[in-house]
Design a protein around this ligand. Structure first.
Ligand SMILES: *Cc1c(COP(=O)(O)O)cnc(C)c1O
Length: 423
């Protein structure tokens, strides 16, 4: 399919509402949306947390459910007229519990961070001690950053990884748990490419009488597709996002056993949120339905196979791949052997149309790069393309001027062969 220079409305076949109406009403914003659609389809989205949600999910997001106020839960709302959105939320909850084998699901969290906030609100009091992965090792902002409510309201202790292997230092986790007697232990990360040992985390939490919170924001889609272990049997509470590998709308969710169900629900509404976003909840239901299909299982396994292939190719190109590879969609690597740090690498890669993030490294002050294969796999790319991407990485980092412009053209051509949305 030829790549058009100027975006036009005909290219948009998957938007949630009436795009022509938007163009007439607000050409300025319409242009932004068209330009962003173009950007997403002529560069490669390697940000580990991003994906291309389906046209069905986008349709639910752009639906009149966006108009509905619905504080409370199905059958117990503070507003009238909720019968139909109640049905949407019941379907979302039923699909989520079936998909992940959980007794209870709350699908109202506006984001992954809101889900974590609600989990803490349900289980902890301000000033309680929490043991979580330290931010320099891949902990999320909600795992004790001083700039976040978590670091302000709780007393976080951070565990890390073994210097040599990059794998979580479980001896340290256990020692810190014994020393600090946390009220909760959190496992989950923004850049750790391996599976947490949920059974071992459970054992350590039990030993000190702590709750175990699994923040599975990243791997939740892999879990849905059977390509990563499920924390539900081990954790008291599982928090997640619905928009990462899971490929649903931007949002959060919480899973727990029946005994915590009411506390979790009240921690979401009314404690930390107001009205539920019913268009998003309907879109979550659509995504859970998609994630329950054999096609999604195939997708989840392909995401991991692609990440493994790409990690190997990057290592061959000279990148220092943390933990020596990946079990997930996520790759963290240090580009220092190529003579640049993560920030410079990110800039040069972005100029070539290879879009990704930097990440903390478990050693030194430099930054690494963090990328994932969820979006490119949704586009239909396979191991041949992963190999090509790895060589484009090296070229983009090394070349400047005219050569660099040629790499941008190569990336555009490659992306053009795998349009994220069929027209
Ligand atoms: C992405 C992520 C979050 C936060 O999700 P948002 O929707 O951006 O708030 C929380 N925890 C972890 C581990 C994450 O990866």
């Amino acid at each position: 399919m030829p790549v058009t220079a100027a975006p036009d409305t005909a290219r948009i076949s998957h938007h949630g509402g009436d795009f022509d109406a938007l163009r007439r009403q607000d050409p300025e914003i319409a242009e932004v949306i068209l330009g962003e659609e173009q950007r997403q389809s002529d560069s490669l989205q390697l940000i580990a947390a991003e994906n291309f949600t389906s046209p069905a999910v986008l349709a639910a997001l752009g639906s009149p459910l966006a108009n509905k106020y619905a504080e409370g839960y199905p059958g117990a709302r503070h507003h009238g007229g909720c019968e139909l959105v109640d049905t949407a939320e019941r379907i979302a909850v039923q699909r989520a519990t079936a998909l992940f084998g959980a007794e209870h699901a709350n699908v109202q969290s506006h984001s992954g961070s809101s889900a974590v906030l609600a989990a803490y609100a349900a289980l902890l009091r301000p000033g309680d001690t929490v043991l979580a992965m330290g931010l320099p090792y891949g902990g999320h902002l909600t795992h004790g950053s001083p700039a976040n409510f978590s670091g302000r309201w709780f007393d976080f202790v951070g565990y890390g990884v073994e210097a040599e292997t990059g794998v979580i230092d479980y001896d340290q986790v256990r020692a810190l748990a014994r020393q600090h007697r946390p009220k909760a232990v959190v496992c989950g990360s923004i850049s750790y490419p391996r599976h947490p040992d949920y059974a071992l985390f459970r054992e350590i939490a039990d030993e000190v009488g702590a709750y175990l919170i699994a923040d599975a924001a990243h791997p939740m889609g892999l879990i849905a597709g059977g390509a990563a272990p499920n924390p539900v049997p081990y954790a008291d509470v599982v928090c997640a996002t619905t928009h990462k590998v899971l490929r649903g709308p931007r949002g959060g969710m919480i899973l727990c056993g029946s005994e915590l169900a009411e506390r979790i629900d009240r921690a979401v509404f009314p404690f930390t949120q107001g009205g539920a976003q019913m268009h998003t909840i309907a879109a979550k239901a659509v995504a859970f339905g998609e994630a329950a299909t054999p096609a999604f299982t195939t997708y989840a396994h392909r995401v991991v196979a692609n990440a493994r292939a790409l990690a190997e190719e990057l290592a061959d190109e000279g990148f220092a791949v943390l933990t020596g590879g990946t079990d997930t969609h996520l790759i963290s690597a240090d580009p220092a052997p190529l003579g640049v740090d993560g920030r410079i690498a990110r800039g040069r890669l972005a100029a070539a149309g290879l879009v990704l993030d930097t990440c903390a490294l478990p050693y030194g002050d430099g930054r690494g790069i963090r990328l994932g294969t969820a979006a490119v796999t949704t586009q239909g790319m396979g191991e041949t393309e992963m190999s090509r991407i790895a060589s484009l990485f090296t070229a983009a980092i090394r070349e400047e001027g005219e050569e660099a412009r040629k790499i941008r053209t190569d990336v555009r051509e490659m992306a053009g062969r795998f349009p994220p949305y069929q027209r």
